[in-house]
Design a protein around this ligand. Sequence first.
Ligand SMILES: Nc1ncnc2c1ncn2[C@@H]1O[C@H](COP(=O)(O)OP(=O)(O)O)[C@@H](O)[C@H]1O
Ligand code: SF4
Ligand SMILES: [Mg+2]
Length: 373
Amino acid sequence: MNLVEVRGLKVHFPIRRGLFFDRTIGHVKAVDGVDFDLEHGKTYGLVGESGCGKSTLGRAILRLIEPTAGSVIFDGVDIAGLQGEKLRKARKRMQMIFQDPLSSLDPRQNIESIITEGIDAHDLLDSRKQSRARIVELLEAVGLSAAALRRYPHEFSGGQRQRIGIARALAVEPDLIVADEPVSALDVSVQAQVVNLLEKLQDSLNLTFLVIAHDLAVVRHISDTVGVMYLGALVEEASSDDLYAEPLHPYTRSLMSAVPVPDPDVEDRRERILLPGDLPSPANPPSGCRFHTRCPWRQPERCDTEIPELRVLRPTHKVACHYAEQIEAGTIRPKSADEVAADQGVYVAATGGLDAKDLLDAGKDMPLPQQGF
Ligand SMILES: Nc1ncnc2c1ncn2[C@@H]1O[C@H](COP(=O)(O)OP(=O)(O)O)[C@@H](O)[C@H]1O
Ligand code: SF4
Ligand SMILES: [Mg+2]
C-alpha cells in the first residue's frame, strides 16, 4: 500500500530581473515532472548530485513549497487542496529531519522545550508530567538520557544534535519522515550510527521514510527502493539490491563506478566512467535526454531530441534511457570522456574532466554553472 503517490510533480522557480519592473526572465526547473510512490512502512532513498532538485522535491511533498504542477496524494488525499485545520492535521503526520541539526534547533531553548513544542502545538498530551515522561521516552528511543532535558543544543556533539532533531520529529508521532541529507554534516565515524538509528526506529515504529543524500553509500543499506535524480527528473528507480548489483542508466553507472570497492583485486579492475563537463543549468536543461551532453553511450538518433520516459525494464527496475537494453547487453559501447566532450564541442581539462566522485564529494555548496550547453 502506498502512503504517498507523487504524479507529474514540477517546481519551477521564477528568475526575476529588473530594477523597477520585476520581470520574469526564465525559470529554474528544480523539479520537472517526477512520478514515484512511497510505500507504507518502507524507505525510499533519493540520490543525485548537488543541485539536481532533491531538497525541492522533499519540500514540495510536505507542501513547504507550492508545486508548479502535478499532485501529491498523501494517504489518499491530494494535499494541494488542503487548507486550515485539515492542512495542519496532515502536516502533523509528515515531519522533516534536516542536514544541519544546529541551525534547525533553537539555541536559546533547552532540549525539553524544543521537543515539547511539537507536542504542545498539536495538543497531544494534557499534563506537563505526562509530557516530561514522553520526552524522556523519546530521548531514550534515540539513544540519549534524561540528563539531556535541561541542556542546550550547543552542549551536544553533531551526532547527538541530530538525535535530538530526530526525537523532535518523532514527538508528534508522524507517519512520514523526510530526512534531507541527515548525515552529510556529520563525521564519517558518526554517520553510520545515525543511519543505524533511523533504520531501527523505522522498524520499531513502522515509519515511512524518504531519505535524501548526495552519497550513494548513505542510502544503500537503509533503502528498500532507490531513485536516482538528474537535473530535476528521475533517471532510474529500482529495489536497492537491484540498483547496486546492476545499475542500468548511464548516469547511475558513472556514479557507481566512482564508489571504491573494498576488495583490492576488484578495485584494481574497476572501470571508472568519467563524465565530461559540468552539470548543465536547470534553467536551461538540454533537449531530449537531459543527460545527453555528458552521456558516454549517447547515440545520434533520439538522445538529443526525444525525452526518455521512466519505463519498467524489470518488475522492480525502471530506467529513463532509450538504449537501456542495448547498453545492458553491451551491444552499444561507451565513449571516453574526451570523445564525448569533443562530440559536444566542450573543452575538457587535461585531467579528463570532472568525475562523478568529485561531483558527489563536492556536496551541498558546489556552485552551479550559470550557463547551459
Ligand atoms: N527558493 C529557490 N529559488 C530559486 N531557485 C532555487 C530555490 N531553491 C532551490 N533552487 C534551485 O533549484 C535547484 C535545485 O535545488 P535543490 O532542490 O536544493 O537541489 P539539491 O537538494 O539536489 O542539492 C538548484 O538549481 C537551486 O539553485
Ligand atoms: S537516452 Fe541516450 S543520452 Fe540518454 S542516457 Fe540513454 S543513451 Fe545516454
Ligand atoms: Mg539539498
